[in-house]
Design a binder for this molecule. Structure first.
Ligand code: ATP
Ligand code: MG
Ligand code: MG
Ligand code: MG
Length: 462
């Protein structure tokens, strides 16, 4: 008999129904006449209560193996549950311990482990409530992202992971190298990391944007959703070396249209996740951050504030508190500045636009004032920058000049410049860090705890 998903049984299962449940034991409570076991298959926060009575064959032997973490298969009948908070429970008719978990070795969950500790235990972390809820929220958010763009006619394009360009010009690149271990062993020589993609230089992508632009100038509205890599050798709570990025790109679109899309997008995804994962969001609300649901309301019920960079600097200069990093026109906003604006001043998400040209990437469209570019960042309470976007420079001469200023050789960007030679149009897009979004939705403090396999300077093992 195929096993039923526990979440479905708990919401729709009918007393009298015969079912099979397969999962892992969360807790076991032995009373005199019978034993209660909570079994979870990862489909929901709280598992199903299974009742093992003494009439079961091998009851005594089974009772000794009902250890937390053990894998179990139960066939039985659903019965109405007398316990509070659950409609049905499962009266076991036959039980199999599929894989035991030595209680001497298993890190028991009775006491709550720190997120840091959990990151070191591969088998336990995904079975905790917090990572379980995170994974279900990730799933709902990722699906919502596709729905949002698909409903609006955007084409999902798959941009390469191996590229030759440093899109952001920030120098946070991992190099790709075709290590031939046999040869390496013989020659004892260090590989030439600079030119080792079959004789050329190649990196792991820091953004799919430039390639997405190629596609937008043929398919009008496109988006990417894939892994991104940055050699961030820092230990912040919002940077990973590998993260997922969502990057829409729209032809015939200016910065205003880009901001409208970003706001509609965040509201849509938030609404969908709230609808699909209400139990998980409630869990975060209680356990992690009491502000989470209010943040949901904040994002859904308000128009985002829109403030120019110049006005934002003025607000920061007037702030009745000091910052570690001094405020002056021309600085890149730091997390403390972003959070002040979102959390203390406006108390809702805001979009800062028209940044100084010196601090932004070469591809952003130069404004008429010659001092600023048509860039925008969405700043969210609790996180700071969650989206970075811009209108792209569509004028060939200006783009060439910007490349030169950034010390980027034109030869490497011939294909990008060609887009401005043949049918160039105003176009715009943005990049959203998927993990920052999940952090924002869940209220989790550290970005490492909202991704199944965090990649940081300390961790690439599992
Ligand atoms: P930050 O200022 O926080 O370093 P950024 O300005 O370098 O971000 P962008 O190049 O604008 O980032 O990338 C677009 C989006 O990707 C950001 O708004 C953010 O949501 C996300 N992002 C950037 N770097 C990381 C990272 N190392 N880990 C996770 N998400 C990231
Ligand atoms: Mg950065
Ligand atoms: Mg930034
Ligand atoms: Mg940015």
């Amino acid at each position: 008999m195929a096993s039923a998903r526990i979440v479905d049984l708990l919401s729709q299962g009918q007393p009298g129904q015969t079912v099979v449940v397969r999962g892992w034991i969360r807790t076991a409570r032995q009373l005199k006449e019978f034993t209660f076991v909570e079994v979870n298959d990862g489909s929901c926060l709280k598992g199903i209560q299974v009742v093992l009575g003494q009439e079961l064959a091998d009851y005594e032997m089974l009772a000794k193996q009902l250890d937390t973490g053990a894998a179990i298969a139960v066939e039985g009948q659903l019965v109405a549950s007398p316990a509070k908070g659950q409609r049905v429970e499962l009266q076991a008719a036959s039980v199999e311990i599929v894989g035991g978990a030595d209680p001497e070795q298993y890190p028991l969950q009775k006491k709550r482990h720190s997120f840091e500790f959990l990151r070191t235990i591969a088998h336990l972390r995904p079975r905790t409530n917090s990572l379980g809820a995170v994974m279900r929220v990730r799933n709902a958010a990722a699906t919502a992202i596709h729905d949002f763009f698909q409903e609006r006619g955007f084409l999902w394009v798959h941009t390469p992971i191996i590229t030759a360009s440093d899109c952001e010009g920030a120098g946070e690149l991992f190099t790709v190298t075709n290590l031939d271990l046999d040869k390496l062993g013989q020659s004892q020589q260090a590989p030439d990391f600079e030119q080792d993609f079959f004789g050329k230089r190649a990196y792991l992508t820091v953004s799919g944007q430039l390639e997405a632009e190629i596609m937008a100038l043929a398919f009008s509205n496109v988006y990417t959703f894939g892994p991104t890599f940055r050699a961030e050798n820092s230990n912040t709570s919002r940077h990973l070396a590998e993260f997922w990025m969502v990057e829409p790109e729209m032809a015939f679109c200016d910065l205003g249209g880009d901001m409208d899309l970003a706001e509609a997008f965040l509201k849509f995804v938030f609404q969908r996740v709230s609808d699909r994962c209400s139990e998980d969001l409630e869990f975060f609300n209680q356990r992690i951050d009491s502000e989470v649901l209010n943040r949901a309301e904040t994002i859904l019920n308000n128009d985002f504030e829109r403030v120019s960079y110049t006005d934002a600097i003025a607000l920061l200069e007037k702030a009745d508190r000091s910052f570690d990093y001094p405020v002056a026109w021309g600085i890149d906003l730091q997390s403390e500045h972003e959070r002040y604006l979102a959390e203390e001043y406006f108390r809702k998400p805001l979009i800062v636009y028209d940044y100084p040209r010196e601090i932004k990437a070469f591809y952003m469209r130069l404004n008429d004032d010659q001092k600023t570019v048509a860039a925008m960042d969405v700043l969210a309470p609790g996180i700071g920058e969650i989206i970075g976007g811009s209108q792209r420079e569509e004028r060939l001469d200006v783009l060439k000049q910007r490349l030169a200023e950034a010390n980027l050789p034109e030869e490497n960007y011939w294909w990008y410049l060609d887009l401005r030679r043949y049918g160039s149009v105003p176009h715009a897009g943005f990049g959203l860090g998927f993990e920052r979004l999940v952090q924002f939705i869940t209220g989790m403090g550290n970005i490492r705890d909202v991704i199944p396999f965090p990649r940081t300077p300390q961790n690439a093992e599992f």
